[in-house]
Design a protein around this ligand. Structure first.
Ligand code: GDP
Length: 440
């Protein structure tokens, strides 16, 4: 995420390292580079200029008051300003209605339908809601089907009227249906066009007026940079929406949209999309995002994701198995699956402080566990529960079956062995064994 911007800011902030004091000259040098970094990230000129002016004023003002090193001070000031630029505090969505009506707007291809599904899934699994998805695209039958596919995937009902060409009526009928059937959130996915046009704007404005949503969300593809900001402006002028959803932040986006949308439309970014899967949705926290941009990682989000996946029941079962020496490859596989649920590897590594920078030239496979899973899937049930039976002949068969090499199978066996030993030590005797293992 924003690796280019992170790199450039890092270089800019390095200028002050080693300087004992903030001076007019070294601040100016640093901020010149900061401004360049922002412009390269597709932040518009005026915003980049205001940004550096504010940081400069604060830096000069705080010069004598702080015990921080100039380098640290500047990192802090830039971080605070980035946070401010992206909206300051996070802003949630209003779920007060019965049902809560959420209208989705945005151009075709922005990720509206995908996000509608993600949001429904998020509200269902994290907030205990019963959402209804509504297909209001009266032009593209494929769009209606797409929403049905998404709904099936996450187990959420989809309301559609394929023959009806009146978007307002469909939305109104859907809300009636929701009221009659106990749905407490209605998410209305509307028709998008490839570019802004009057007819589309009128249509969505009419739907908006007729159903008076509690939340109108504008979905925008972060890869489109300044265009994203212009589109946001056009939609906001018509709909006066409540919040922005930035999608495709998992791609190689420069960051301009995330950094400027708030100050252009004065509406908060509420969620981000970080992948094609239904789980790839995150609440947008400006401060955490600023940390990530500055390579400071995002430990809070990492821990939260780990906690979400932590299943006490499973953990207890696992402990028992380890104690009885029954930890096998199936358990190993389910551990991997838990990690995978936390998100894609690139994303996770980016949350570890310093790791993003250190590993920036290392190719991280999106599916880093692909080989391991293939190898385990090629094992027989006996081999999985009793790995000691795996001899040379079996290894050759497993390698063939999984399209890997015997060395890879060996490597996995070794990793598995180490992991089982380690788990056993951590459990039996706890700290004492661990201390012995560490040479204590
Ligand atoms: P719509 O026309 O606005 O409804 O857009 P879609 O929901 O159909 O999304 C357009 C394309 O973008 C699809 O191929 C989605 O899988 C993809 N997409 C949506 N959100 C994301 C995201 O956060 N990350 C990535 N990488 N792809 C996304």
């Amino acid at each position: 995420m924003f690796s280019n911007l992170s790199d450039k800011l890092d270089k800019a902030l390095h200028i002050l390292k080693g300087h004992g004091k903030i001076t007019e000259v070294n601040v100016a040098d640093t901020l010149k580079e900061v401004r360049r970094a922002l412009l390269d990230a597709d932040v518009n000129f005026k915003i980049a200029k205001d940004f550096t002016t504010t940081v400069k004023e604060k830096a000069m003002g705080q010069n004598v008051l702080t015990s921080l090193q100039p380098g640290q001070l500047m990192v802090k000031l830039v971080k605070d300003e980035l946070t401010e630029l992206m909206g300051g505090e996070e802003v949630g969505i209003n779920l007060s209605g019965t049902p809560t009506v959420i209208l989705m707007s945005g151009l075709q291809g922005s990720g509206k339908t995908t996000f509608s599904g993600k949001l429904a899934n998020f509200l269902k699994t994290k907030k205990g809601k019963k959402p209804l998805l509504v297909a209001c695209d009266i032009y593209r039958p494929a769009a209606i089907n797409q929403l049905h596919v998404v709904g099936d995937q996450i187990g959420v009902e989809v309301y559609s009227e394929p023959e009806n060409k009146d978007a307002v009526a469909i939305a109104q009928n859907a809300i009636k249906h929701a009221k009659a059937n106990g749905f407490n959130v209605v998410i209305v996915d509307t028709a998008g066009r490839l570019a802004i046009d009057e007819q589309m704007m009128n249509e969505i404005a009419n739907v908006h007026k007729a159903i008076t949503p509690h939340e109108t969300l504008f979905v925008v593809d972060s890869m489109t940079g300044q265009d994203a900001v212009n589109t946001a402006k056009a939609f906001n002028d018509r709909l006066n929406f409540d919040g922005v959803i930035l999608t495709k932040l998992d791609g190689d986006t420069r960051g301009g949209a995330a950094l400027t949308i708030k100050s252009v439309v004065n509406k908060p970014i509420k969620f981000i999309g970080t992948g094609e899967k239904m789980e790839a949705i995150d609440i947008f926290y400006p401060s955490r995002m600023a940390d990530r941009i500055l390579g400071m990682g995002d430990v809070v989000s990492l821990v939260e994701r780990a906690q979400e996946q932590y299943d006490e029941e499973e953990a207890r079962k696992l402990q028992k198995k380890i104690a009885k020496n029954e930890f096998g490859f199936d358990d190993f596989l389910s551990q991997i699956q838990q990690i995978k649920k936390m998100g894609n590897m690139k994303d996770l590594v980016g949350m570890i402080p310093g790791a993003g920078k250190a590993l920036k030239d290392v190719e991280i496979e999106d599916d880093a566990f692909k080989h391991i899973e293939a190898i385990i899937h090629s094992m027989t049930p006996l081999e999985r529960t009793k790995p000691t039976v795996i001899d040379g002949k079996r290894k050759i068969r497993i390698a063939k079956g999984s399209g890997t090499k015997v060395e890879q199978v060996n490597q996995l066996m070794k990793q598995f062995d180490q992991m089982s030993k380690m788990m056993k030590m951590m459990q039996g005797g706890g700290g004492k064994n661990l201390a012995r293992m560490m040479g204590g």
